[in-house]
Design a protein around this ligand. Sequence first.
Ligand code: GTB
Length: 213
Amino acid sequence: MIPIITAFEQSPDRGRGLARDMRVRWALEEVGQPYEVRLVSFAEMKEPAHRALHPFGQIPTYEEADLVLFESGAIIFHIADRHAGLLPDDADARVRAITWMFAALNTVEPPIVEREQAPYVERDKPWYEERLPILDDRIRARLDDLSRRLGDADWLDDAFSAGDLLMVLVLRRLEGTGIMEDYPNLAGYVARGEARPAYQRAFAAQLTVFTGG
Ligand code: GTB
């Protein structure tokens, strides 16, 4: 059964790996599972047919026979749970890797997304200029701790896992802010993730939607 995922027909980043279907594509590539992609427009995402798959009218979704999933974290967990390669076999190591999945999505990503959205939703507000450094500091507080924990290790808990996959993509969202430059070990960590052949295939597939060929 070939799973079908949904992705943006149009994306602000023109397919450079920032939209969350990249997480699902990368996970599927890591485990060697072929997949199909259904592209949806912004209007289609809000229509009942898509909302039946995703109650919040977003991408990505994941369909596999009668199973329909939304939320990139849940989709990655499902893929990692059903295939070898993204979660360790050892029970304790497995739940530690799952903990890093939650840490990426619940602890590190929220301040990054808040900073990312501020220019869109608050630029014309009187507090905007004062708020930006506060948002940057919240991100730095998380990166200070993450950087300390990673140290000079390649991955967060021994072998590469779904936790690293999510953390690398969350950190990539800082591209262009100048913040990552202050954390050379985290920048190296992201580069290691991006160098993985599965990442490269996933990135190329998403980019092809926008560049053709
Ligand atoms: N918690 C959900 C998950 O993890 O799956 C969040 C899903 C989500 O935010 N989806 C976004 C979406 O559908 C696309 S990924 N937005 C449309 C809407 O809500 O109406 C967010 C995203 C998109 C594009 C860029 N980019 O181009 O830079 C970055 C991030």
